[in-house]
Design a protein around this ligand. Sequence first.
Ligand code: DQA
Length: 140
Amino acid sequence: MKLLILNGVNLNLTGTREKGVYGQQTLEEINRELQTYAEEHGYSVDCVQSNLEGELCNYIHNAQGKYDGIVLNAGAYTHYSVAIRDAIAAVSVPVVEVHMSNVYAREEFRHKSVLTEVCRGEILGFGKNSYLLAMESFRL
Ligand code: DQA
């Protein structure tokens, strides 16, 4: 099994931005942990991040036929990107939406995701472990 961990806008600042919400670890450190975990459990993950909406769509398009699933934290694009939603709907590779924070305990504009309907499922509120739980969901 091969998964793509796809992080969107501002996630590159994890570890320095809003540490109380997103934690102290950098995205690189988190990705390394996810990679190690996957290897220990007999599968592999590639980790990529972009702040650009179109580039995130490209990653989703190109995942077709290459990956068994995508773990997607689209960041703020989650709440309004019809382009990313359409990209997910356009491919048959399953996508699990993740958020580190519990978006429902935060501002109201974060309560709406335009992506969830076209995703296999959604995992949120467990910090970096949201990624891990999403990865594991592909093994069930
Ligand atoms: C986030 C939640 C989003 O609302 C926010 O814009 C982010 C990160 C999360 O991981 O909790 O950038 O996706």
